[in-house]
Design a protein around this ligand. Structure first.
Ligand code: ATP
Ligand code: MG
Length: 335
């Protein structure tokens, strides 16, 4: 059995259908109407120990709900979850020690306590001895620069400070399973880089990580596996690089030439490619399928026409692929 197992996992929320205002509220007292919203719809998911999995999907797709089900915060409407063979509901306490969760959208720190005290409370809850606690804090401090954050009251933290403190809180007990739900939301680039670096260390130590993010920069270079959820259903589960290779085949060769080239001449030198004019007559862009030609072949084919001053190749990112999947332009086969 995999470390994280979800079978036919389903969560339905019941929302009151109420007309607006007092009238609606009174009417709702007598005639209650509800609509059911299936947030997570019969999901099967197995994650092996040590895997880093990206869990992405558009707003409202059911990502956070899945994370809550997998960590025992929510009870499934139907289906099953097993973490290390245990049930997050039944074996809540045993699993609390093995799971770390970070919700970027809201804090788990105590609002009226300085961060240092919030962390000390968690230390006692998890029964971490003082020596280990000091060592771990020192390590978090190294990467996340906690020093400036520790004395600040929860409610006075800036977003970046809050996220660093929340990360420490989520990982303080060195859980083997970590769910990161939008862990870099709202962070500036410098802090983002530092936090991403930190995730890589955590992953390299063998922690199993499920990462949800709208910022696909969090995912690139971090996760090998990509799971895409849409309207509560998993629509793709597979290798991230394979998706890029299969669907992000297009490359763009940007050229600067010594003399202006007629686009027609470039087109006949590169059949199968799309040639577009650039910002000046000396610039042009060639779009090609990397399975049809390489950038080197394209450059070689153009060499007899003019002297090249400069060129660079743009690769599409996983962002392009995922955007096209969300928009329905690309259909991926669920694995
Ligand atoms: N407590 C709740 N009560 C009622 N409906 C809910 C509740 N939590 C989530 N939902 C609904 O379930 C669906 C999935 O929500 P969820 O928060 O899991 O989406 P998400 O993929 O995390 O989206 P986002 O990218 O915006 O964070 C949405 O339609 C949401 O409105
Ligand atoms: Mg969410």
């Amino acid at each position: 059995m995999a470390l994280i197992e979800a079978r036919q996992l389903t969560k339905t929320f019941r929302r009151p259908d109420k007309d607006p205002g007092l009238r609606g509220a009174v009417k709702h007292l007598f005639v209650r109407r509800f609509t059911d919203k299936v947030a997570v719809d019969h999901i099967d998911l197995s994650i092996e120990a040590g895997e880093a999995v990206a869990y992405v999907g558009p707003n409202g797709a059911g990502k956070s709900t899945t994370v809550k089900l997998l960590s025992g915060i929510l009870v499934p409407t139907s289906g099953e979850v097993r973490i290390d063979g245990l049930s997050p509901q039944r074996d809540r306490i045993a699993l609390a020690h093995r799971i770390g969760v970070l919700f970027g959208q809201r804090t788990q720190l105590w609002w009226d306590l300085p961060v240092s005290e919030s962390l000390a409370v968690l230390r006692d809850i998890y029964g971490i001895d003082h020596g280990t606690y000091r060592k771990r804090l020192a390590r978090f401090d190294d990467v996340l620069e906690l020093g400036e954050v520790l004395p600040v009251l929860g409610r006075k933290l800036s977003l970046g400070q809050r996220m660093r403190a929340d990360l420490t809180a989520a990982l303080l007990h060195a859980p083997p399973v970590v769910y990161l739900d939008e862990p870099t939301i709202g962070l500036d680039l410098a802090v983002k880089d530092r936090v991403r670096e930190f995730f890589r260390t955590v992953r390299d130590e063998g922690t199993t990580v499920m990462l949800t993010s709208h910022d696909l920069g969090d995912i690139e270079g971090f996760c090998r596996r990509l799971v895409i959820i849409d309207e509560g259903r998993i629509i793709f589960d597979g290798d991230l690089q394979a998706v890029k290779d299969a669907f992000a085949r297009e490359r763009i060769l940007n050229l600067e030439t010594e003399t202006a080239l007629p686009l027609e001449a470039v087109r006949s030198a590169l059949p199968g490619a799309t040639v577009e004019a650039g910002e000046t007559p000396l610039h042009l862009a060639v779009r090609f399928d990397r399975f049809v030609m390489t950038a080197g072949q394209a450059v070689t084919a153009l060499a007899p026409l003019t002297n090249l001053v400069d060129f660079h190749v743009d690769e599409p990112s996983i962002e392009d692929v995922v955007r096209r999947v969300y928009s329905g332009e690309l259909q991926l086969d669920a694995a």
